[in-house]
Design a protein around this ligand. Structure first.
Ligand code: GDP
Ligand code: MG
Length: 314
């Protein structure tokens, strides 16, 4: 399956929710009136794009309709889709860390898919010829290091782990030293990231930061927060919480397969200004994609039914 088909397939439920909400709104000769805008906005909000972003998108469309002399509803669809894409543009330097010597810190609450993401990213970068090292700095959860070492096997890279209950920054210390000694390109650190105790988390992250600053002073730093798309708006509040304790450079949105809440990608980007960089679309090692706003929005709005039937001029 090609990139777009795979994406489309995993966004099936989101697409269904969007098309159910839109119904026949874009069909035929209906006027572009207040009722049209209201229904559109409601659909965007219901697909978890968030009230703020939805309002901004609809406001923009309201300006475009007279400017572009749009008269029919179906003519507005193209503009709506472009307006949503505009909300989520990824900066051209978003993935620079993949090409440089870098350290990637992965945080997020329990169960969102941090360890899985670390493994998938390790696999992706190893496949691209990078020397990758995994650090199992989640020393709280029993079995966390074993889980990550299975991923190291799948990815074909090395892993540094500490004893259960060890100080996470001691694992980072060992991993950073080893990364230097082995001339590693990308060091990926899986953390416990417990937001329940803000103070502890902040202290812990600071300590790990200091270790990296000392041992690998010139590396590019990437702080990724993993969020589970299934939790919808809750993911936005988690992102707010984490952004208060650490400088996030990007979001990883997991479990987009099997949730109708894919619109959450739009909400996160536009409400927090933190770019979504990767999406998880399954449990296998290949099920990670770089986030591509254009492809994502196209997949969300693409029509499964025949184009002729729904966009017929009648
Ligand atoms: N369907 C699906 N499941 C995922 C995805 N990412 C992670 N998971 C599953 O979510 C569960 C928790 O993942 P894990 O990486 O252990 O979460 P952590 O506690 O944040 O490290 C596991 O069963 C993973 O297989 C994804 O993109 N799609
Ligand atoms: Mg984990």
């Amino acid at each position: 399956m090609g990139f777009f088909d795979k994406l489309k397939d995993s966004l099936k439920k989101t697409r269904q929710a969007v098309s159910d909400g839109l119904g026949d709104i874009f069909i035929g000769e209906g006027d572009i009136d207040d009722d049209f805008y209201d229904r559109l906005e409601e659909t965007l909000i219901r697909s978890d794009m968030g009230a703020e972003a939805s309002e901004r998108i609809i406001d923009k469309l309201r300006d475009q309709v007279p400017e572009e002399h749009l008269r029919r509803r179906k003519d507005a669809k193209k503009f709506l889709i472009n307006d949503i894409k505009e909300e989520m543009k990824t900066a051209p330097d978003a993935f620079d860390f993949e090409k440089q010597r870098s350290v990637v810190f992965v945080t997020g609450v329990n169960g969102v898919g941090k360890t899985t993401f670390c493994g998938k990213l390790a696999y992706k970068l190893t496949q691209e010829g990078k020397k990758v090292l995994l650090a199992a700095a989640d020393t709280y959860r029993a079995g966390a290091a074993e889980q990550l070492s299975l991923w190291a096997d799948r990815a074909g890279c090395n892993i540094i782990q500490g004893n259960a209950g060890a100080d996470p920054s001691s694992v980072i210390y060992d991993a950073a030293s080893s990364a230097n000694a082995r001339d590693i390109d990308v060091l990926i650190c899986d953390t416990a990231g417990r937001l329940e105790n803000r103070r502890n988390l902040m202290e812990e992250l600071k300590k790990m930061d200091r270790v990296i600053d000392r041992i690998m002073p010139d590396v590019k730093r990437e702080n990724l927060l993993v969020l589970d798309a299934v939790t919808g708006q809750n993911a936005v509040s988690q992102a707010k919480g984490f952004s208060e304790v650490t400088d996030l450079t990007g979001i990883v949105l997991t479990k987009l397969d099997g949730t109708p809440k894919g619109g959450i990608a739009v909400a996160i980007e536009s409400e927090l200004g933190i770019p979504v960089k990767y999406i998880g679309i399954g449990e296998q090692k290949e099920d990670l994609e770089r986030f591509d706003a254009d492809a994502f929005v196209d997949a969300m709005f693409s029509d499964d039914t025949s184009e002729e039937a729904s966009e017929d001029d009648w």
